[in-house]
Ligand binder design. Structure first.
Ligand code: PEP
Ligand code: MG
Length: 566
């Protein structure tokens, strides 16, 4: 049989081969017609209340399990589900339907329909809330009718899951030791299913469309999360490549280009549980430690000592390497109830990152700096570097340096043990890229955050699938912002790294070395490939490639230069 290929959006740079298992949870939830004579409303209200309690308990268990297996940030979605369960408007809707004569399970279906439709009509991330609501609705109905949940955690080894869509709870159940990958009809790069897939390093393709339905249960497929393809009846060659016989060797030593220039290859880490995988994949250090995990999903901010412990733990995972800790980067789109984040029409253009740290969160910033300076004075503290997010002005950098001086003076007065860590800023705004010559005079390093830089240079929301083509760092405009940044540091005592997703794409290693980056930081999965590519790169050839890319007029030309057909 010859291979047939369907295309969608690849979300993990990995491929897997396996046997198709269709997941159709909705088929288990067919309800009998409601009784014509109506229902005992009081009894149905009670059933609804009891189901809500049971659903809440389930969600809390799943939340804890996900926090442990996947991570705190991903587990937060279950908190949102608990909130939907208690939403007064939805509750009112359900009770009204019950009072109108429907059994609780039908009432839930009806009452959720409006809000789901509303979210579906919205843009970007809000549209994905519809998935969350469906998840909560189906959970409630299942609890009400006493249905068994399809157990995604116990699929046969080598299964490839195909589904219309996977909800967050579905995806959290998938066991990477058993499941070789998944593909869905709907969904984009930022859907929960995609985010979980990346955290679990599961091959996945989303948004394949209705053609996915043509694949039969039991068929053999390759899920290629890199190319964004689902191959049915794959060729022997494709199957072998996906089975992963050719895993790249893990290099635990720092690497240099073929002509001998060292390039640091570091890991991006979002929670302590990711430190060990980073070490195991051969990271030289941490190029971006997102500290949000310390602040999210709790009632009050972490105390100085708790933060100190977390930073010291990261430092001891890399006793000989550098650990770049980014100060708190919240605002707008990340919920931190105790911070009282204001509603904003344009959260990405509002008070986020360093803007909050120098404004309403100044006290938190001071505590974080104290913990960081103390960690810099701890046993492996030499490697600590502190980095500011979303810098746009020189005044911000100077104000942050003043805050750092004040904290150091306080620690001095208190006779505490501390040290001054390396100090740097992220280049995530066009303003910062333009001001790079002034920034390099004030900091020890710059790190290019291409996720935000591409969003702001191209005016394209990083979470909106419809402008995904624009939100791409390979547009020459973004490359030129990166080049400007690197050039500003030439001959200065200031190194330049990159910690946006772009740094972790092995296809781009030569280009990035050619642009002159000293450090590349990425999620641990691609570290071995990037290290291998650094070693294979000749700097002169790489510089010539970068020059051609910078002279390109379109993203298409850049893709052609790196021999990528996208
Ligand atoms: C970036 O913007 O590129 C970055 C690394 O920061 P984050 O993805 O956390 O916004
Ligand atoms: Mg950013």
């Amino acid at each position: 049989m010859s291979e047939r290929t369907l295309s969608g959006t690849g979300v993990t740079p990995r491929a897997g081969v396996g046997t198709v298992v269709w997941y159709r949870p909705e088929a288990d939830l067919e309800l009998p017609e409601p009784p014509a004579e109506g229902v005992d409303a009081a009894a149905e209200r009670e059933r609804f209340e009891a189901a809500r309690e049971e659903a809440r308990a389930e969600l809390e268990r799943e939340r804890d399990r996900t926090a442990e297996r996947v991570g705190e940030e991903e587990a937060a979605v279950f908190d949102a589900h608990v909130q939907f369960l208690g939403d007064p408007q939805i509750e009112e809707g359900v009770l009204a339907e019950i009072d109108g004569g429907l059994p609780a399970e039908h009432a839930v279906r009806r009452a959720f329909a409006g809000p789901i439709e509303q979210f579906e009509g919205m843009e970007g991330r809000m549209a994905e809330r519809a998935d969350d609501l469906r998840d909560v609705r189906d959970r409630l109905v299942r609890v009400l009718v006493g249905g068994e949940r399809v157990n995604l955690a116990e699929l046969p080894e080598g299964s490839v899951v195909l589904a219309e869509r996977l909800t967050p709870s579905d995806t959290a159940q998938l066991d990477p030791d058993r499941v070789a990958g998944f593909a869905t009809v709907t969904g984009g790069r930022t859907s929960h299913a995609a985010i979980f897939a990346r955290s679990l390093a599961l091959p996945a393709v989303v948004g394949v469309g209705g053609d996915l339905e043509s694949i039969a249960e039991g068929a053999t497929v390759v899920i290629d999360g890199d190319a964004g393809e689902v191959a049915v009846d794959p060729s022997e060659e494709r199957r072998e490549a996906a089975a992963g016989g050719e895993e790249v060797e893990i290099r635990h030593e720092p690497v240099s280009t073929a002509d001998g220039a060292p390039v640091e290859v570091a890991a991006n880490v979002g929670r302590p549980a990711e430190l060990e995988p980073a070490v195991a994949r051969g990271a030289d250090g941490i190029g971006l430690f997102r500290t949000e995990f310390l602040f999210l999903d709790r009632e009050s901010p972490p105390a100085e000592d708790e933060q100190y412990e977390a930073y010291a733990e990261a430092l001891s995972a890399f006793p000989a390497g550098r650990v770049v800790v980014r100060t708190l980067d919240v605002g707008g789109d990340k919920p931190v109830p105790y911070l009282d984040l204001p509603e904003s029409e344009n959260p990405f253009l509002g008070e986020r990152g360093i803007r909050r740290s120098l404004g309403p969160d100044a006290e938190l910033f001071e505590t974080q700096l104290r913990a960081l300076l103390r960690a810099a004075g701890s046993e492996h503290g030499d490697g600590l570097a502190v980095m500011l997010p979303l810098v746009a002005t020189i005044e911000e950098v100077e104000a942050a340096l003043d805050a750092l001086d004040a904290v150091a003076a306080d620690l001095d007065d208190a006779g505490a043990e501390y040290a001054r860590p390396e100090f740097g800023v992220m280049i995530e705004t066009p303003a910062a890229a333009f001001m790079a010559p002034e920034l390099v005079e004030r900091v020890d390093f710059l790190s290019v955050g291409t996720n935000d830089l591409a969003q702001y240079v191209m005016a394209a929301d990083r979470g909106d699938e419809r402008v995904a083509d624009l939100h791409d760092p390979l547009h020459p405009a973004v490359l030129r912002a990166v080049a400007r940044t690197v050039d500003a540091a030439e001959g200065e005592e200031c190194w330049v790294g990159m910690c946006g997703e772009m740094a972790g794409d092995p296809d781009l290693t030569e280009l990035l070395v050619g642009l002159g980056l000293d450090e590349l930081s990425m999620s641990a999965v691609t570290i071995p490939d990037v290290k291998a590519n650094v070693e294979a790169t000749d700097r002169e050839e790489a510089a010539a490639l970068a020059e051609r890319a910078l002279a390109a007029s379109t993203k298409r030309e850049v893709n052609q230069l790196i021999r990528r057909d996208r």
